[in-house]
Design a protein around this ligand. Sequence first.
Ligand SMILES: [Ca+2]
Ligand SMILES: [Ca+2]
Length: 562
Amino acid sequence: MRKIAGSNGPAVAPDSVGASRFLTGIRRWRAKRHAAVLFLAGALVSCGGGGGDTNGDAPPATGDGGGGSPSVSIASPTPGSTVSGNIDVTADVTIGAGIAGVQFQVDGANIDAEDTVAPYSVAWDTTTASDGSHELTAIARDMAGNLFTSAPVTITSANTSQPPGPPSPARVEETNAAVTLSANWTQATPDWYAWSGGAAVRSAVPGAKATYTFTADSVTWIGQRSNVSGIARVRVDADPTGVLVDLFAHNVETNSPVFSVNGLSPGSHTLTIEVTGDRNPGSQGSVVVVDAFVVPAPVVSHLQETDPDVAFTGVWAQADDRFGWSGGGLATVPDPPVGGARVSESSGAKATLTFTGTAVNWMGFRGRDGGIARVQVDGGPAITVDTYSPADKVQAVVFTATGLADVTHTLTIEALGTKSAASTGRKIVVDAFDVTTPGRRYQEEDPAVVYSPGNWIFKNLNRTWSEGSISESSVDGAFVTFSFTGTSVSWIGCRKLSTGGANIFIDGNLVQHVETFEPAPIEAYQTTIFRIDGLSPGPHVLKIVVAGSGPYTVIDAFDVRP
Ligand SMILES: [Ca+2]
Ligand SMILES: [Ca+2]
């Protein structure tokens, strides 16, 4: 059992980024363990009573709520687009009497079964269709059995004529046959966390092992960091020693990439995770969670709602921090916590993320008082997302867009102030975003990263850093070099009130001075401080020199594109 001992939070050096009032997190966790049901019931009462100006008899799950004529349309893919591989076909549906389901068709033949749960979509393997032109339609069925058919959307399937792209990262759950669990693993709790695939396993028994067999040159372990997490030993193939992965964090991060291995030889490999029973001195437990694996290892930045690239308009409030949001409950002394998540029940409230990458997740909340939002990528077709769920789930991925070009995009989330019939509220929560970019990520302690001696602090675990830790320096002139081979590199770091300036050199030439200071409440973690493209193919050296003007410079990771 997870056991919380003691009454004080772990000590944290006051001179490091993210030094915090951690006792709030520790007490919050304990409170949740003992009073979760009571609290959630209370949350329902308060949300149900605060629904704003929308009629309590609001129609179910309609896009506009305006009582207009029924409309069914294909939202994605867009007319005239060229598609290949596996794609999601989605529909926008507004019909008066409630939606029983949506059947998608290609050229008049059903694609999979009717989707009875909003948002309406179907996964379509376009390789099952010949190359060339095809028509997609969506047929919505209302509760009375009436059918409403969308206008056809004509697309072009192009598989055999496409050059092979990079392999799509595949997510493999811990229940997959490729994952072998020893004795002493149990289902992970608490189940208000949105585990990948709906479940995960946990163990604190020394010697318990989880082994994943895969064929790829890289892999990412998806687990959990928390203030009751321990230290795992991870081995690749027959490596006798492996590496120790400290899973401690002051708050709880679920569905989180906790460790990656890159650069393996072609062929089959095993990744073995072993519970050691050891723990960080700050941790209250030695739990290890195995939630999923992703092959090949993706490059993902987990951005908080406090990121300067997230703009909020309309009415938003700080979400109740007792839920356990990503990045929640952590304060930069002497200021109060600024992060956690933001919530709105107001029609027209918008959150817009500007990001550069090929895929994006919106992490929010699904629950009994979840409302309906409209989501758009680059101002494209509106996609309706109903966040109602009969069971409350925090740190839940509620929307994903993939297959984007690696350029700058916008993701817009608009609370509609509406809800499905079953929901007791209209909550839309913005907690975090996962932005995927091509290439390979090198953590800050990779052998290719070399620090000037004596003036760097390592293994800062105080915030939601990429794979848990950063290096930092407050010494003017301290530097770090990163040697890489590729045409493009990014420095992943931090922007907040306690970070400052740096000079950036490529192959010995000063290319930019950056200032990373941001006033509260802006806090950007796993953020891209600097990116340069178009380098000549071959080896290069990126050098970052601390240049005064702020207490800390943060080195979280580097991303390289070939
Ligand atoms: Ca958050
Ligand atoms: Ca890191």
